[in-house]
Design a protein. Sequence first.
Length: 282
Amino acid sequence: MGQEKPSSNNPPMVWPRSLVLIGAGKMGGALLRGWLSAGLPPADVAISDPAPAADIVELARAKGVALSPPPGMRPEVLALAVKPQMLDAAAPAIQTLAHAEALVVSIVAGKTIADLQSRFPGPRAFVRAMPNTPAAVGRGVTAAAANAATSERQRRISATLLSAVGVFDWLADERLIDAVTALSGSGPAYVFALVEALAEAGAALGLPADLAMRFARGTVEGAGELMAREPDASAAQLRQNVTSPAGTTAAALAVLQGRDGLSALMGRAVAAAHKRAGELAG
């Protein structure tokens, strides 16, 4: 059954006594793997997905996770990980599990807490979260907002579940979810676009295309790992550490940090993503 696990650096982990995962696609599957790896007892989990992928079926059978909720189950946590367009199709299964004391943790993109409450009037406690795709390798970034009915235990359960796949923090205002979506939710695509641009620039200078891509990928991977290993150093400090006065890096940064450079471009890009997030949320 669910249990609390102490940590030397963080508040005790609080696992739910029972959990049903609605939707076990890429993100749902990533969450499930993270939870099991971090210590959620497999016997306390059930999956509800009409067509789970073969790797999810294999994982469930290997770990002892139920591939469907047992009849009459009243889960302490109902985790919604379906695609937005599939929410209506999943609603009947959700309704049978959404009892008054259940905590609903949703990563359904664009669906507000108010929208979820109107669809599922049974539960009182709702947490809306926005993870990103690196959660699949335990390096996700997730922010969440809770409604006023969410208890302290339910907040701790949510924090345990969402921090199991990477960095997690609470938002004081649900409206900031759109900003998180624009920054970190879509952010991995910005980094991949940077790798593409770096590789193209290297190829333009005469490097073989495959070598340019390998070096671009390795550069971004290494820089990310260096940042992860020096958490007390700011990004600005790490940048300065690489930049010799009047050197090659300084010459490149003079372009990137110019009036219409990277900061302005990224500002426009993130603003566009933020605007679109608001539109999708209605």
